[in-house]
Design a protein around this ligand. Structure first.
Ligand code: DX5
Ligand code: ZN
Length: 221
């Protein structure tokens, strides 16, 4: 399994967005994580297609778009058109998950599903072959800089078992409170894709921090 580090631009300085993206690229980031929030599914508002399109012009890295919104299907076409590479919907906001995952794939994007801390892995049993990314939230979504929920480690193990049982090589991503003190345990539990906002953008040397986080995975067996 290869480690993928996905800086979340939620913690970036938007007055210097081009420099922040260039820093992520120079630091060896694998994906750029874009948190879309609607003030309804989560108690915070962020950005939409305009920012995806802007970041698309700044890098060739895959754009990993995390949709913390109700009725996510309303945005699939415009976000795919803006250059999203991965569209991840929340299980809690997607009653027609199977249809939505296939819609995302039909648009040429990879299809992800996110689980809030209270949502069981088993709820994805019947779509285990239909997803390209499974995101286990390690905080309650809505804000950067929250504390990692340690009970998520067992959930990561269950998510890894679900994907393995389905023979699905999908990415297993974690998001929230990922930093030097938490990333190794997530990797050991079976995660291979790591979103980090605060840990990267608030580091004294953000560019180097991407490599530090990556090395903490290979150091943990
Ligand atoms: C939280 C977002 C995260 C957030 C992570 O709701 O989905 O992607 O930016 O921020 P940190 O790494 O600071 O917890
Ligand atoms: Zn996110």
């Amino acid at each position: 399994m290869s480690v993928r580090i996905a800086p979340s631009i939620l913690s970036a300085d938007f007055a210097r967005l081009a420099d922040e993206i260039a820093m992520c690229v120079a630091g060896g980031a694998d994906l750029i994580h874009i948190d879309v929030m609607d003030g309804c599914f989560v108690p915070n508002l962020t950005y939409g297609a305009k920012v995806i399109e802007t970041v698309r012009r700044l890098t060739t890295l895959p754009l990993d778009v995390h949709l913390m919104v109700v009725q996510p299907e309303k945005y699939f076409d415009s976000f795919a058109g803006a250059g999203a590479s991965i569209l991840t919907v929340h299980q809690e906001a997607a009653p027609h998950l199977h249809r939505q995952l296939h819609h995302v794939r039909a648009l040429g994007c990879r299809a992800g599903v996110a689980l809030n801390p209270a949502t069981p892995v088993d709820s994805l049993q019947d779509v285990a072959s239909d997803l390209d990314l499974l995101l286990v939230m390690t905080v309650n979504p809505g804000f950067a800089g929250q504390s990692f929920i340690r009970s998520a480690l067992n959930k990561i193990r269950r998510a890894r078992a679900l994907l393995d049982a389905a023979g699905n090589p999908a990415m297993l991503q974690v998001d929230g409170g990922i930093a030097r003190d938490t990333i190794g345990a997530c990797w050991a539990a079976g995660a291979d894709s790591f979103v980090a906002g605060n840990a990267i953008f608030s580091a004294p040397d953000p560019r180097a921090e991407i490599g530090v986080l990556r090395s903490l995975c290979s150091a943990t067996v």
